[in-house]
Write a protein of this length. Structure first.
Length: 271
């Protein structure tokens, strides 16, 4: 009788241990956080993406732009005067960026120290850099000019970790740069249908982008432009699937728990 009791007791323990292990596995799998979405999902091996021209991402200066302009030369005193004047301009422009800024007026001009009003509308950053270096030579020795934009920004909304208005100063800020700056995509983001809203000649263009497909790298939408609005949608199908999976896992874990309890009670009654 004693041996039978020991065998029965060990049997109950085995059932409880097995069921407990099963419940723990199910609960852990239900709490599993899926990995971040894959980009360029269709590239299964090393690839070369060709036929892309970067000419279409050159930013052209236009009225109401705020320009970063800093001069470095062999004349340290003159540099200080010029760059101090630049700091005053950035305050006039009403921007909170730290640096040197010049507001391009409605006539496409900036009012710059030593040179007065000069036309900058229609120039690229490099063209303005070369123009200023040439025109400052009578006033400074070997001037080196850095030019950038202070008012270029994109708005990122939707399923990103940190939705924000992102300042961009580079002509070649890609969609991936923007996503990384926002802390990556959330789980459940729809990587096959990002929406970009872009200004173009008094019109709004709306483009749907599939970042799982490498072909968009060859498009003019790979690099963002100033005032773009990027909206990352939810992948409702994926979210619904995850919800159903969690509900099933919860039901299975509860069933296993109830089964273990019933076995335990029945064996105690038999005793």
């Amino acid at each position: 009788m004693r041996i039978k009791y020991i065998i029965c007791n060990n049997y109950i323990k085995c059932i409880l241990i097995v069921n407990l292990a099963f419940v723990v596995c199910v609960i852990n799998s239900s709490c599993y956080v899926s990995k971040n979405a894959d980009f360029l999902h269709d590239l299964s091996q090393d690839s070369l993406i060709e036929k892309y021209s970067q000419n279409n991402v050159i930013c052209i200066i236009k009225p109401n732009d705020v320009l970063f302009i800093k001069v470095s030369s062999a004349s340290a005193d003159l540099d200080a005067i010029f760059n101090a004047a630049s700091n005053e301009k950035i305050n006039e422009a009403g921007t909170d960026k730290n640096g040197n800024g010049f507001l391009v007026n409605e006539n496409g001009e900036i009012n710059i120290h030593f040179l007065g009003k000069i036309k900058v509308e229609g120039l690229s950053k490099n063209q303005l850099k070369n123009k200023l270096e040439n025109e400052l030579k009578p006033f400074m020795k070997d001037p080196i000019v850095n030019v950038g934009f202070l008012n270029k920004k994109v708005t990122v909304l939707g399923q990103v970790v940190n939705p924000r208005i992102l300042n961009i100063s580079d002509n070649q800020t890609s969609i991936f740069d923007v996503i990384a700056s926002c802390g990556n995509l959330k789980d459940g983001a729809n990587t096959s249908d990002l929406i970009i809203v872009r200004d173009s000649a008094y019109k709004k263009m709306v483009k749907h982008i599939n970042i799982e497909n490498h072909s968009f790298v060859n498009s003019p939408w790979y690099y963002v432009k100033s005032d773009d609005i990027i909206y990352v949608k939810k992948d409702n199908k994926k979210l619904d699937k995850d919800i159903r999976k969690r509900e099933l896992q919860t039901a299975v874990s509860l069933t296993a728990s109830v089964f273990s309890l019933v076995v335990l009670v029945l064996n105690l009654i038999k005793k």
